[in-house]
Ligand binder design. Structure first.
Ligand SMILES: *[C@@H]1O[C@H](CO)[C@@H](O)[C@H](O)[C@H]1NC(C)=O
Ligand SMILES: *[C@@H]1O[C@H](CO)[C@@H](O)[C@H](O)[C@H]1NC(C)=O
Length: 197
C-alpha cells in the first residue's frame, strides 16, 4: 500500500516536472553557456571577457588596471597661494585629488604620460585681485596652449579656464608654466586636470 503510494507520488511528480518546467531550454542553455565560457577561458587571449558572475565586483577594479584598458586621469589643485611666479616658472599643484596611473608627480608638478595617445588637459587659474596669471600648458618645455588671465583694474578675483587636447608619446612631460610673469594665483581655486582618451 505504502509502496504503491510512493510509486504514485514519484510518477505524479515526474509528470508535473515535465509539464510545469516553464523553460525547458534553460538547462541546455546553461550547459552550453558553461562550455562556451570554458572554451573562452581555454583559448586564453580573451581572458578578461571570460569572467563569470561571481567575480563581477573585482572585474570593474581589475578592468581599470587591465594592461589593455589602463585608465590615466589626474586632478590636482593648489594648496598654497602662488605669488610673483616668474616667466617660465612651473606651477606645482600640491593637493592631489586623483592620480590614476600615477602620471602626476606631486613634488615636481610634472605629469609624465605613462603611455602614448590623445590626452585632454584643462586648468583654471584664479588671478589675484587686480593682478594676472598668464599660464600655458607646457609639453616637453614647449608652450602649447595659453590661458591669458588678466584682471587689470577690476575689484574681483578673475577665474580663467583653458582646455586643450594633445597627442603624447610615452614619457612626454606636461606641466603648467608661466608664459609672462609675474603670475599671482589663489590657492585651491586654481586647479589642473587631465586624462587619456
Ligand atoms: C567562476 O568564479 C569562481 C569564483 O571565483 C571560480 O571558482 C570558478 O572557477 C569560475 N568559473 C570559471 C568557469 O571560470
Ligand atoms: C617625483 O620626482 C622626483 C624628482 O624627480 C623623484 O625623486 C621622485 O621619485 C618622483 N616621484 C615619483 C612617485 O615618481
Amino acid at each position: 500500500m505504502f509502496l504503491t503510494f510512493l510509486v504514485l507520488m514519484v510518477t505524479v511528480q515526474c509528470g508535473l516536472c515535465d509539464k510545469v518546467s516553464p523553460k525547458p531550454g534553460l538547462k541546455l542553455f546553461r550547459e552550453d553557456y558553461k562550455s562556451v565560457e570554458e572554451t573562452c577561458l581555454a583559448v586564453g587571449f580573451v581572458r578578461n571577457n571570460c569572467r563569470n558572475d561571481s567575480r563581477t565586483t573585482k572585474t570593474s577594479e581589475s578592468h581599470l588596471n587591465d594592461k589593455y584598458h589602463r585608465v590615466v586621469a589626474f586632478d590636482v589643485r593648489l594648496k598654497d597661494n602662488k605669488r610673483n611666479l616668474a616667466t617660465k616658472a612651473r606651477v606645482v599643484f600640491e593637493t592631489v585629488d586623483l592620480n590614476e596611473g600615477q602620471g602626476y608627480n606631486v613634488s615636481t608638478g610634472i605629469f609624465t604620460a605613462p603611455s602614448g595617445g590623445i590626452y585632454v588637459f584643462d586648468w583654471t587659474t584664479l588671478a589675484w585681485i587686480g593682478q594676472y596669471a598668464y599660464t600655458s600648458l607646457v609639453v616637453n618645455d614647449q608652450f602649447k596652449s595659453w590661458n591669458h588671465c588678466h584682471d587689470g583694474t577690476s575689484k574681483t578675483s578673475l577665474p580663467c579656464s583653458k582646455m586643450t587636447v594633445v597627442k603624447l608619446k610615452r614619457g612626454d612631460k606636461v606641466w603648467i608654466g608661466v608664459f609672462g610673469g609675474p603670475a599671482n594665483m589663489n590657492q585651491q581655486y586654481t586647479s589642473f586636470s587631465g586624462y587619456k582618451l
